[in-house]
Design a protein around this ligand. Structure first.
Ligand code: SF4
Ligand code: SF4
Length: 313
C-alpha cells in the first residue's frame, strides 16, 4: 500500500483538488477516503504537489480495489455497467492488420475523436516503416475501476496477441496507454512523438503564447512532454493550468458538478492558446465550449482536424 502514514497534513493536496477540498480531506483521512474512493478522478495532481512524495493516486486505486474485494463487486450495480461492458471486450477490437514488427496502437478514444489524424498517422508509419495497426482498448478504464482480475485478463490477452503476431514494438497515441502498458507488455512501447522524431516526420509548431495542458498520467514522469518538446516553440508554458479535464476514472458519475467545473475551465481563458496531448482532454474541453483548445498532433501533422462532435463523453 502507498505509505500515507507519512502525511504531514500540509494541505497542499486539498488546496489543489476540487474533490478533496469539497469534502475537506487530505491523505490522513483514511476512512473518509475509503468511502469516497470512487469520487476521485485519479488525476495525480495530489502526487504532483505532495512534499512527502506520497503516491496518493495509487492509494486511492488501492482503496477502490479493496472496496471491490470487500463488496464482491456490488459497489457497481448499474452505474459503471456501460463502461465495464465496452472496455472489457472492446467492440472495435481489431488485430487483422497487426502482423508487423512495429504496430500503431491508437487506443480506444483517439481514433473516435480524431479519425482522420489516426488515418494519417497509420499511413505515415506504414509508408516509412511498414507498420501494422492494432485497434483495442488498453484496459486502463477497467484498471481505474479497481477491477484487477479483469485488468489482468485484458493485458494477458493483448500480450498474447502481440506475441503470436511477432510484434516487437507498439507506437501509442495516448499517454494513458503508454503508462499503463509500459511495465506490463513484453513489447517495447513508444510514444507517437518519439517515433515521429525518430523518422524525422511532422513539423514544429510555430505559435506564440502556447500553453501546454499536461494530461494526468504524464504529470510526474513527463516522458511524453519530453518526447514532444522538439515540436514545440521555445517559449511554451505548462504552469498554472487547472487540475484535470474531469474525465478520468469514471468519477464524473459521482461528482457531476466538479466535472462540469473542470471541463469548462478554459471556456473564458484569455492568456493564449491551450494545447493538449490527450485526445480525451481535447474532446472534453472543446465539447464543454472552449474555442481555443487544440491537440498538438493536428498541428504537427497539419491535419487541422476538429474533434468529432459525435463523440460522447
Ligand atoms: S487523484 Fe486527483 S482527484 Fe484524486 S485526490 Fe488526487 S488530486 Fe484529487
Ligand atoms: S500534500 Fe501530501 S503531506 Fe500534504 S496533506 Fe496532502 S498527502 Fe499529506
Amino acid at each position: 500500500m502507498a505509505n500515507v502514514d507519512k502525511c504531514i497534513k500540509c494541505g497542499k493536496c486539498t488546496r489543489n483538488c476540487e474533490f478533496l477540498s469539497k469534502y475537506n480531506l487530505d491523505f490522513s483521512c483514511k476512512e473518509k477516503l475509503y468511502n469516497l474512493a470512487f469520487h476521485c478522478f485519479l488525476c495525480g495532481k495530489c502526487n504532483e504537489v505532495c512534499p512527502m512524495n506520497i503516491d496518493c493516486m495509487e492509494y486511492i486505486l488501492e482503496l477502490r480495489r479493496k472496496k471491490i474485494n470487500e463488496n464482491k463487486g456490488n459497489v457497481f450495480e448499474k452505474e459503471y455497467k456501460e463502461t465495464i461492458v465496452e472496455k472489457t471486450n472492446y467492440p472495435f477490437k481489431n488485430y487483422d492488420q497487426s502482423n508487423a514488427k512495429v504496430v500503431f496502437f491508437p487506443g480506444c478514444n483517439f481514433p473516435l475523436i480524431y479519425p482522420e489524424t489516426t488515418k494519417v498517422i497509420y499511413q505515415l508509419l506504414k509508408d516509412n516503416i511498414n507498420a501494422g495497426l492494432a485497434i483495442d482498448c488498453c484496459g486502463k478504464p477497467i484498471s481505474d475501476l479497481g477491477l484487477l482480475e479483469e485488468e489482468n485478463k485484458i493485458v494477458n490477452e493483448i500480450n498474447t496477441n502481440f506475441k503470436q503476431l511477432q510484434v516487437e514494438e507498439i507506437v501509442v497515441a495516448c499517454a494513458n496507454c503508454y503508462y499503463f502498458f509500459k511495465d506490463k507488455l513484453d513489447v517495447k512501447v513508444t510514444s507517437i512523438f518519439k517515433k515521429l522524431k525518430e523518422l524525422n516526420l511532422g513539423k514544429k509548431i510555430e505559435i506564440s503564447n502556447m500553453n501546454i495542458f499536461t494530461p494526468c498520467q504524464d504529470r510526474v514522469k513527463q516522458d511524453w512532454l519530453n518526447d514532444l518538446k522538439d515540436f514545440l516553440p521555445e517559449d511554451y508554458k505548462t504552469t498554472n493550468l487547472g487540475q484535470c479535464c474531469g474525465l478520468g476514472a469514471s468519477a464524473k458519475i459521482k461528482e457531476p458538478e466538479i466535472y462540469n467545473k473542470l471541463s469548462s475551465q478554459f471556456n473564458n481563458f484569455d492568456e493564449g492558446n491551450i494545447f493538449v496531448y490527450c485526445a480525451s482532454c481535447a474532446a472534453v474541453f472543446i465539447n464543454a465550449g472552449s474555442p481555443i483548445v487544440k491537440h498538438v498532433l493536428t498541428e504537427i501533422l497539419e491535419t487541422k482536424e476538429n474533434v468529432n462532435k459525435n463523440f460522447t463523453i
